[in-house]
Design a binder for this molecule. Structure first.
Ligand code: AMP
Ligand code: MG
Length: 323
């Protein structure tokens, strides 16, 4: 825990398969910060596919066999993930995991699978095969080898939970960064808005194409630079198009969603990444209170109309286009 100045505390920690940071301002409440971090660990313990004892792993290992009881946390996140799977007509797919395993993205065994392997794995990912029973909080996967992956949405849920805990401990100014899922809570100490950089997908981490000036909003990005491997000069990244079984390739290289809830931002950023510019924009347009920034491989930055008020493009290799 780092406490250079009075009334400001920061903590960095690993969880949810990524590096996280929570910074609070106008407060020295170390115990509130610890409660927030503890909550992230708790969510990770329940939802990680890498922890074989997690609730999600239990559902996965009993696929095709038995019903699993889960906590209300896991039930809620799986329910929302199924909702986003339906909303995006399967561009988002919470049963994508067998394909992620096949590609081995983010493991030392990453490889380009054969077409026949992709064809047979795609058969496993029908998201209607996940059966949710709200009354007794149980979940079941209908067929063996089916596997849930909440990687596209759990960080958003965790960010919302951190925000809730900070607010309930009277912390009204904070920057929550869970592996790039940002929540900018309240005002900066000087009363102004936060300046949040939007990652340049074509440049090193930390370089921004532009700045979002905002208060009390979540900013979540899905990008092809997050996790990938390169084979024979081709970049294979971690967002899989469930229709092809291959890394999504539709001209989009990053989508940023600005929303009140980070879980919505996280779900929608993955939806839009796979749906592509036009369908993705239509989806965003149909939901009240959500803004989006789409970056395409030809260096164009497409924004929803309201963003003009609070987004500044700072990199002139990109061109801003209104949608
Ligand atoms: P995000 O960075 O939020 O877009 O989430 C990407 C992560 O979600 C990946 O690392 C996978 O674990 C998982 N994922 C990949 N493709 C999809 C997809 N089409 N639908 C849902 N989850 C996905
Ligand atoms: Mg996401």
């Amino acid at each position: 825990m780092n406490n250079n100045k009075v009334n400001k505390l920061k903590i960095d920690f690993n969880a949810l398969g990524t590096i996280n940071q929570i910074e609070i301002f106008n407060s020295n409440d170390e115990s509130a910060l610890k409660k927030a971090v503890h909550r992230v660990y708790e969510i990770d313990d329940k939802m990680s596919v890498f922890n074989k004892d997690s609730e999600v792993s239990r559902i996965n290992s009993s696929a095709g066999k038995s019903v699993q009881p889960v906590s209300s946390d896991t039930f809620y996140v799986v329910e929302r993930a199924k909702y986003y799977s339906r909303l995006s007509k399967g561009a988002f797919n919470l049963l994508i995991r067998p394909l992620i395993n096949l590609w081995g993205i983010n493991t030392k065994d990453a490889r380009v699978p054969e077409g026949y392997e992709i064809e047979s794995t795609i058969k496993l990912i029908n998201y209607e095969d996940i059966i949710l029973n709200k009354e007794d909080l149980t979940i079941k996967l209908l067929n063996e080898k089916q596997c849930i992956d909440l990687g596209a949405i759990a960080k958003g849920y965790a960010a919302d939970e951190v925000k809730r805990i900070l607010l309930s401990n009277n912390i009204s100014s904070a920057l929550i960064d869970l592996g790039g899922n940002i929540y900018a809570l309240g005002n900066k100490i000087d009363g102004g808005s936060w300046n949040i950089g939007v990652q340049d997908p074509l440049d090193i981490r930390g370089s921004s194409i532009g700045i979002i000036q905002i208060k009390n909003k979540s900013i979540v990005t899905s990008g092809n630079y997050e996790r990938f491997f390169i084979k024979d000069g081709v970049r294979y990244h971690h967002i899989i198009d469930p229709r092809t079984g291959r890394p999504s390739s539709n001209g989009i290289i990053s989508v940023t969603i600005i929303s009140d809830y980070s879980m919505d931002g996280d779900g929608l950023s993955t939806c839009c990444y796979v749906m592509g510019l036009l369908e993705g924009y239509e989806l965003i347009n149909s939901i009240k209170g959500i803004d989006a920034i789409f970056i395409t491989e030809d260096n164009k930055v497409y924004i929803t109309p309201r963003i003009r008020d609070y987004f500044i493009l700072i990199d002139n290799k990109y061109t801003l286009v209104n949608l």
